[in-house]
Design a protein around this ligand. Structure first.
Ligand code: KMH
Ligand code: ZN
Length: 270
């Protein structure tokens, strides 16, 4: 089994300070949270940014500032979001890709997202994949439901994505695939041989599916974007606390943790 890649999803676009007062918002707060997660064992930082009033933004300038603050502290891989927030245009969402980060997310299908719809029509898929290809960015394919795997394979056929693919199974979003072990098994059996995968379980699914991934040879994403609780009814104190918890599970299972350069080697990031 490869060493375990831990991704820290620090802020997201939807969680508020009212829900968890420890949510990092400003570039400096996000960079500090990234550094704490790096020290705890995260090698990838899944990055969203916010305006000062907490609203989500895909501003290239805010991403640029945040990335440079993170890079000044550690060598974690920065994976920018191209999902942004529901309702944003393709142009808005693509802005951080032009900064040529090492990685970016690529959602390969539309999905109901709570009361909203996270729109990813076929034209977006092609446009986003092409932008990543042209800017030398490694995509992480975000799979909110099983049909999105096939959409990614179509992009491979179209010459817009290169194998081996790296998938993130985002499970337990209201409107997406439920966060069950049976579904995780089905997803892992539906991707091409040689692919790598990580799992982002929403809420209480973060720990159960993360534990399963550690045992199955997959990788794990944790953080406030997906889960604001440490245990039932108890808010997490920090993103790093969630990273520390999954590191403990990996230790118990005897799975070593990948450092950023080891993660680059596993994912073929040059
Ligand atoms: N905020 C969600 C609508 C991504 O980062 O690429 C989309 C999202 C996925 O968070
Ligand atoms: Zn995200």
């Amino acid at each position: 089994m490869d060493k375990l890649i831990i991704t820290a999803a620090l802020t997201g676009a939807e969680v508020t300070r009212e829900q968890n007062p420890n949510l990092p918002i400003t570039p400096a707060e996000i960079a500090e949270a990234a550094y704490e997660c790096f020290k705890a064992g995260a090698s990838i930082i899944h990055l969203h940014v916010r305006n000062d009033d907490e609203t989500p933004t895909q501003s290239g300038d805010v991403y640029k500032e945040t990335i440079s603050l993170i890079k000044a502290k550690c060598n974690a891989i920065v994976q920018v979001s191209t999902g942004g927030a529901v309702g944003m245009s393709a142009e808005e969402r693509l802005q951080p890709v032009y900064l040529k980060p090492e990685m970016a997310t690529l959602s390969t299908g539309s999905v109901n997202f709570g009361d909203d719809v996270f729109m990813n029509p076929p034209a977006y898929l092609k446009e986003f994949a092409r932008a990543m290809q042209e800017n030398g960015v490694k995509p992480e394919v975000e799979v909110f439901d099983v049909g999105m795997i096939n959409n990614a394979l179509q992009l491979v056929k179209d010459g817009l994505l290169a194998e081996p693919l790296h998938f993130d199974f985002v499970m337990g979003v209201p409107g997406g695939i439920p966060g069950t072990l049976k579904n995780l098994l089905h997803l892992t059996e539906s991707i091409p041989a040689g692919s790598t995968w990580t799992v982002a379980g929403m809420g209480r699914h973060e720990l159960t599916l993360g534990t399963a991934a550690i045992i199955m040879g997959g990788h794990v994403r944790v953080g406030f974007e997906d889960n604001i609780y440490y245990s039932k009814g108890v808010l997490a104190e920090s993103n790093a606390q969630l990273v520390e918890r999954i590191v403990k599970v990996a230790d118990i299972q005897g799975r070593a943790i990948a450092k950023p350069d080891e993660t680059r080697a596993i994912l073929g990031i040059v």
